[in-house]
Design a protein around this ligand. Structure first.
Ligand code: CMP
Length: 434
């Protein structure tokens, strides 16, 4: 098991123990199960796990401004400043003590067992870290919020039973369900009023729960609205963009068919890249990271273009980090014969038609993995053909400066690309002679 896996497993154990303790400790305070061996064993386990957690924390390296700190003294001093106190408090065997040593004269002493629950602060952080790679962060926050509300409702229900007792002598499970019902109606501010407090203690308790309920209700509603909007940030932004565009097109009376074309273009962008703009994402990154991300993003094109298959890895890297994505819709002119151009294109998805200048002859249709526009760059001449997108096309553009640098540096690449250009030139000549 790797260090990271072991750490994750340990975090899982600690989170599980904390959650189990929220469920079990309050229940054990209201029902007479304190003296049962299982409850005592549970208390021992909590203290042992939390104690081990302290030892582990003293030995776990941490990241500081990107550097892994392994020095024991620095680890200890950081831990003592952050989290040590809470961990010690949670690990003290109070629950065990009050389970074993009964203090009938002091009914409040067992409440010390609740101190184990301070570990929940850590459990919340651990749960977030453990699930953040697997679950959408907004959904995770919402799920955790709902989970902790249930936990709070459980705690309040147990506290209510403690404060109000069991006047109707109900069975423990019925009493608990009734208390939970009361808690939920109170904290959701519904408050039917069918269960009312009796005596000062109960009234004071209810006031506290009502204040907590009102604050939490506001917090939850506000959070849920925010979180729902953030669950799919990309989709929300994309929808907003489309709505804005549509309002603008309506205002400027853009013809329906053009509007339809733009809509289809955005739909294509959504389907192929979830509306993200790769160029602007890369722009925000520092040089070295930009290279790595570009290599990953453009991996698809490296695999598709046969020219890159046996090419020197340095050449592939050189080209790939300089490629810029571009999208064309069906019927778009990518280049016209006779123009001067300073870019060549690699096709990642879709196909293009290579046409003569008068567009009467189709020289070829090129698909994914092919490239075009190399002839004008090689010969510093005008475009030999017109190129039109036959379908939606995902292309990658290579500029002339990079192209010149690369063919100057890698002879084999220059040879292959010249061969292809020569073959194409002959094809054009042959078709012109017909
Ligand atoms: P360029 O002349 O820069 O611009 C037009 C491009 O069309 C050209 O480079 C070639 O890449 C491509 N092309 C021209 N003729 C053919 C052909 N017969 N088959 C495939 N592609 C071609």
């Amino acid at each position: 098991m790797s260090f990271n896996q072991a750490r994750k497993t340990w975090h899982g154990i600690i989170s599980f123990t904390s959650i189990a303790s929220v469920l079990v400790i309050p229940l054990s305070l209201i029902y007479p199960i304190l003296s049962r061996p299982q409850a005592i064993l549970f208390g021992v386990l909590i203290s042992v796990f939390y104690g081990c957690d302290i030892v582990i924390e003293f030995r776990t390296p941490f990241l500081l401004t990107g550097e892994l700190v392994v020095d024991r003294k620095r680890i200890a001093s950081r831990y003592i400043r952050h989290g040590f106190l809470v961990d010690v408090l949670a690990a003290l065997p109070f629950f065990l003590l009050v389970s074993v040593v009964r203090f009938p004269e002091s009914p409040y002493l067992p409440l010390l067992g609740l101190l184990h629950l301070v570990k929940l602060i850590k459990a919340n952080k651990l749960l977030k870290v453990m699930a953040e790679d697997k679950i959408n962060p907004a959904i995770l926050r919402l799920a955790l919020l709902i989970f902790w509300i249930f936990m709070a409702a459980h705690l309040i229900s147990c506290a209510w039973i403690m404060v109000s007792g069991n006047p109707d002598a109900l069975a423990p499970s019925d009493r608990y369900i009734l208390a939970l019902y009361w808690t939920v109606t109170t904290i959701t501010t519904i408050g039917y009023g069918d269960i009312t407090p009796r005596g000062t203690d109960q009234i004071l308790f209810v006031i506290m729960v009502q204040i907590f309920g009102a604050a939490m209700y506001g917090l939850v509603i506000g959070n849920i609205a925010g979180l729902l909007a953030n669950i799919d940030v990309a989709k929300t932004q994309y929808k907003e963009k489309l709505e804005k565009l549509n309002a603008f097109f309506k205002y400027r009376n853009i013809p329906a068919d053009l509007k339809h074309k733009i809509d289809s273009y955005y739909m294509y962008l959504w389907e192929t890249r979830r509306g993200y703009n790769e160029i602007s994402i890369l722009e925000d990154l520092p040089g070295a990271l930009k290279e790595q991300v570009a290599l990953n993003l453009n991996r698809e094109i490296i695999e598709k273009v046969p020219l890159f298959e046996k090419a020197d890895p340095h050449l592939v890297r050189d080209i790939v980090i300089n490629l810029k994505p571009a999208v064309f819709t069906p019927g778009d002119y990518i280049m016209r014969a006779g123009e001067y151009g300073d870019e060549m294109y690699f096709i990642s998805r879709g196909s293009v038609d290579i046409l003569s200048a008068d567009e009467k002859t189709k020289y070829a249709t090129l698909g994914a993995g092919s490239f075009f526009g190399e002839m004008a760059l090689l010969l510093s001449s005008a475009r030999t053909a017109t190129v039109v997108a036959a379908t939606y096309c995902d292309l990658y553009v290579l500029d002339k400066i990079t192209f010149d640098r690369i063919i100057g540096r890698y002879e084999q690449f220059q040879k292959s690309i010249r061969q292809m250009a020569e073959k194409r030139r002959l094809e054009i000549e042959a078709s012109q002679k017909k």
